[in-house]
Design a protein around this ligand. Structure first.
Ligand code: SF4
Ligand code: SF4
Length: 294
């Protein structure tokens, strides 16, 4: 199984369209591919792949519930002092829990000398599974997470999406944008990453941040320049200078923008894009082979 994370330093670079188009192109080449939407705060891969969802599973994180009868109160404070997320406070001799701050690490339960803490549950969102309706011969399994409104705990839901996804020859992960914890959770375990950027100064700035994260995580990666031709050549020069593989470019065009705005796939609507994705896939395979033999 080859797990490929599609990421970008910032939103709006076309990361989700690259994931969707690559998935459909691979399926059309009879590659066994699954698509995972790990952008659980703003999932939109389904807008392009249009899966039929067949299962929706709530995802919970454990949160402490304190039995006041057993709690030793002010003279103990172990749980309050140990919680690094400040999810517990002591107030008038009683422990108060702020479940939305709790990371479900279980440390307070373990540390309580009076067995006054038991694990409750808090729903953070849902994981959906389904498959594309099979417009292009192959059915692509799709798994996506959607966080509850107001929820801030994305990583456990992202891990649940990855756990739920079926084993397949190629797994494409649509990562959240940026470089924060949800991105790290999405990238974890990936064999390689495809960074999608656009050739603008903003795009380059955020690409450099994303490159820093991938180098720290020691994940091999290459770059796809989307909307090539709209900005300048600084991104191309940066990749050359840094020795970063350019996996491919996707042209800036009014037709492509129009397709996107209608939720249509470029590989279905614009012939030149099929060749572009064929070339991107060839370069991904070369990069993967190079990393295996490293
Ligand atoms: S489970 Fe962990 S994060 Fe949650 S309250 Fe206990 S110590 Fe804090
Ligand atoms: S560790 Fe247990 S006994 Fe101590 S303050 Fe917390 S809940 Fe109470």
């Amino acid at each position: 199984m080859l797990t490929i994370a599609v990421a970008s330093g910032k939103g709006g670079t076309g990361k989700t369209t690259v994931t969707a188009n690559l998935a459909v192109w691979l399926a059309s080449q009879n590659v066994d591919v699954a698509a995972l939407d790990c952008d659980v705060e703003e999932p939109n891969l389904h807008l392009f792949l249009r899966p039929v969802w067949t299962k929706t599973t709530p995802e919970n994180v454990p949160v402490p519930e304190v039995d006041e009868e057993r709690c030793l109160g002010e003279e103990c404070r172990k749980c309050v002092d140990l919680c690094r997320f400040k999810s517990l406070i002591m107030m008038a001799g009683s422990v108060m829990v702020f479940p939305e701050l709790c990371h479900g690490c279980g440390l307070c339960t373990l540390a309580c000398p009076a067995r006054a803490i038991r694990e409750g549950a808090r729903e953070i969102g849902v994981v959906r599974t389904g498959a594309t309706a099979g417009a292009d011969s192959a059915r692509i399994p799709v798994v996506g997470g959607e966080m509850r409104i107001g929820e801030a705990m994305a990583p456990p839901l992202i891990l649940a999406v990855k756990r739920t996804a079926p084993a397949s020859a190629v797994r494409l992960i649509d990562c959240p944008p940026g470089t924060s914890c949800p991105v790290i959770a999405s990238l974890g375990g990936a064999d390689l990453a495809v960074l999608v950027t656009e050739p603008t100064p903003f795009g380059l700035h955020d690409l450099e941040l994303a490159v820093g994260v991938l180098r720290k995580m020691d994940i091999p990666f290459g770059v796809v320049i989307n909307r090539d031709g709209m900005g300048d050549d600084r991104t191309h020069r940066y990749l050359e200078r840094e020795g970063i593989p350019l996996l491919g470019t996707l042209p800036h065009s009014a037709e492509a923008a129009h397709c996107y705005s209608e939720g249509r796939l470029h590989v279905d609507a614009l012939p030149g894009f099929r060749e572009a994705y064929a070339s991107i896939w060839e370069n991904i395979r070369t990069l993967a082979a190079r990393e295996v033999s490293r």
